[in-house]
Design a protein. Sequence first.
Length: 288
Amino acid sequence: MGEIEDVVFRCTGAEAVSVRALGGGDAGDARSVRLADGREVFVKTNPDGMPGAVAAEAASLAWLAEPGMVPVPAVLGSTERHLVTEHLGSGSPTAAAAEELGRGLAGLHAAGAAAHGAPPPGGPADAWIGLAPMRDEPRPDWPEFYADLRVRPYLRGAVDAGLLGGEAAALVDRVCERLPGLEGADEPPSRLHGDLWAGNVHWDGHRAWLIDPAGHGGHRETDLAMLALFGCPHLERVLAAYQEVRPLAEGWRERVGVHQLFPLLVHAVLFGGGYARQAVAAARAALS
């Protein structure tokens, strides 16, 4: 019995009859496994050197699994490196599913969190976003949390890697200093997916599912700004449906760049200078 077959048996109690590779993602290899009892499960294997990543993702999925919101795959079991969940079918995005996603996200965000920066219940403080470490630690308000735990750690990483110079770093830091004065900065903490780029929205032809979360308490506009960063299908329908349920603070479109600083700097640290230049452009626009 191979490693994957053994993990699946321990997590589900059923023997694997076939294993099919699905390719690797930002934070691990993926396989579809057919079981002897007819079920199909999904197995994600994280790379070595990512302690706590599986525990963080499993806790995030459990936290996001609010009835009547956006569906997430059920966790069937895990090991230190492997996460076993239900397998999701695939299909094309539809406008109706996009509107359901918008309404579901509004409800999910409204479910709240213990604090800005708080990890999901039972989740580790030292979590991950893709292949980048990410600290989850409660802070008294969103500006302090976002500046100290989401923007500045990756800004330092980009500077240390030679991707950003002193002038560019100072520009981003000025955005952090202005966060308390933004409209909506005093919103209560929302229950965030935390890594909600378009690739982490899975469409099955009928509805949208949330996958690969990095859940934490934060500002709801961050999730929505991340959706816009890499082109979510039917984005305007998602946003319109969201607004119908839980309208955003005035001027939210002008703040998209502020909320994209975090994922852009993470991508800069992981993938290089093109994202660093985008982060500087977002900071410059936020200050204009």
